[in-house]
Each structure stands twice: as structure tokens, then as C-alpha cells.
Design a protein around this ligand. Structure first.
Ligand SMILES: [Zn+2]
Ligand SMILES: [Zn+2]
Length: 267
């Protein structure tokens, strides 16, 4: 088995996922309190004691809220670029074991190859990730990649290239444009920010991205970070109908707001 992956929770109330390889157990983002992360991990048969590292995409609370509580787990290394680390550190009473990377650089953590890439979003220096593990030709641990792509207003070419060479893609489908427009709770300025070039991908933007890249390597695509008020799994499903047919062999997992997923084993 190359890797196992599950989403612990997704949406504006918090985002975190667990990636397990032969040699590493890492979280992608930690947008829940440490207590809640512990509960979510326990439901997956895991625990914070066993987590080796957290990879942070950006400083927004729905991705970093758990960092403060992780002080009780000082063995966990915290990977982020300088700008994100500085923003998160400003809100902490302790100094975690920061592992600073340069956006765009490739590096190794145990048996994981990690690549970060810049994404357009209203944060200091937000990134997406591509994690690769395994070896070409190895029957038991073949080389496999997973791309993580949430919180971006649009998908530039570098992002499209990065998700092409992956077996698993996690991409946001944040809002349905009609539901966002009709939402009575959000002021116009916030709606502009969400739907802007540095906001979040709409269902239509996610469909356009998937249809444009449509890689034959994809085995599973997760649609995540759904807005509770301005989206629904049914709206995502409807928006994606065309691209699903074009990617017949690929599984789609639409992750409802506040929900997680069972483990997916990537062999
Ligand atoms: Zn977010
Ligand atoms: Zn964000």
C-alpha cells in the first residue's frame, strides 16, 4: 500500500486530513481544536500521539485553529512557509517545532516527497501541496501522489500542472454562485471577497478546473470545503454531472460541510 488518506473534517468550521504512509503519519491542516482533532483521529483509529507532523496551507483559523492546543504534543513538527508561520506564531503562547519551507521547493519528510505551490487566496502566502510516496515498480509500495488544493480564488497554470500527475486530488468546491448571491446573511463586500480572484473556488470553477485537466491518472477526486449556507452536496453533484461522465473511471467523493470521510487506501 502506498498511502491511506482520510478527511477528518471539511468546511468553514474547520479543515484537517490525515495521510498515512509506511513511514509517516501527517495531518494536512489543523483547523480544529486539539481536543476535537483527538476525537476525530480516535474515530479513525489514530491519535495525536502517533502524528509526526502537520503541514499548514495558510494561517486562516479554519486551517490552523488546532496549533495552539498541539503544545501538549511537542513531538509534532509543524511545516509551513515563513509568512504563514509568522502569522500563526503571533497568536501562540508557545513556540512549536517549526520546519520552514520555501514555497515552490521540494523536500522530503521521511518517506514523503513534499511539494508546495502558491495559490491565489486572501492570506499571507497560501499554498497547496503535493505529497508523493512509494517507488516506481515496487509492487507493494508503488509511487503514488495526492494533491491538496483548497482555498484559492482561481487555478493558475502551475496549479493545473501540479494536479495532473496525481492519483488523488482534493479540491475545494466552496460555493454555488446562485446560493451565494441570494444569501441574506453575508454583506456584499464579503460576497465579493469569497467569489473574487483571491477568494474560493465555486462549484462551476471546480468543474472547469477538473474538466480542463481531466487527467487519466486520477482515481479519486474529493470535493471539499463546502459552504454550509451557500452550497450543498446536491448542488456540487449537479454542477459536476458533465465532468463525472468524462472521467468515468475516477471516483468522486463530495464531502458535506462539517463532514469527514472514511480511509481511502491507495494501492
Ligand atoms: Zn478555509
Ligand atoms: Zn482561507
Amino acid at each position: 500500500m502506498a498511502m491511506r488518506f482520510c478527511i477528518l473534517g471539511s468546511g468553514s468550521s474547520g479543515n484537517a486530513a490525515l495521510l498515512v504512509t509506511e513511514g509517516a503519519r501527517v495531518l494536512v491542516d489543523a483547523g480544529f481544536s486539539a481536543r476535537k482533532l483527538g476525537t476525530l483521529l480516535a474515530a479513525a483509529g489514530e491519535s495525536l500521539e502517533k502524528i509526526d507532523a502537520v503541514f499548514l496551507t495558510h494561517e486562516h483559523g479554519d486551517h490552523s485553529a488546532g496549533i495552539d492546543g498541539l503544545k501538549k504534543f511537542p513531538h509534532i513538527r509543524l511545516f509551513a512557509n515563513q509568512a504563514t508561520a509568522r502569522m500563526v506564531q503571533a497568536g501562540l503562547g508557545h513556540r512549536p517545532d517549526w520546519q520552514i519551507f520555501e514555497t515552490g521547493a521540494r523536500f522530503r519528510f521521511r518517506d514523503l516527497e513534499v511539494e508546495s505551490f502558491a495559490v491565489p487566496h486572501d492570506a499571507q502566502e497560501p499554498v497547496g501541496f503535493r505529497f508523493t510516496s512509494g517507488r516506481d515498480g515496487d509492487l507493494f509500495a508503488p509511487r503514488r501522489s495526492l494533491a491538496w488544493l483548497t482555498d484559492l480564488g482561481h487555478a493558475p497554470q502551475n496549479v493545473r500542472e501540479c494536479i495532473r500527475e496525481c492519483e488523488v486530488v482534493v479540491v475545494e468546491a466552496n460555493h454555488c454562485p446562485e446560493l451565494l448571491r441570494a444569501d441574506p446573511k453575508r454583506p456584499w463586500s464579503l460576497k465579493q471577497r469569497i467569489s473574487g480572484r483571491h477568494g474560493h473556488l465555486s462549484n462551476d470553477a471546480a468543474r472547469e478546473l477538473l474538466a480542463d485537466v481531466a487527467s487519466p491518472r486520477w482515481r479519486r477526486v474529493y470535493l471539499t470545503h463546502l459552504s454550509r449556507d451557500c452550497n450543498s452536496p446536491a448542488a456540487v453533484d449537479l454542477a459536476l454531472a458533465g465532468v463525472r461522465a468524462a472521467l468515468g473511471a475516477c471516483e468522486f467523493a463530495i464531502v458535506g460541510p462539517g463532514e469527514g470521510t472514511p480511509f481511502y487506501e491507495l494501492v
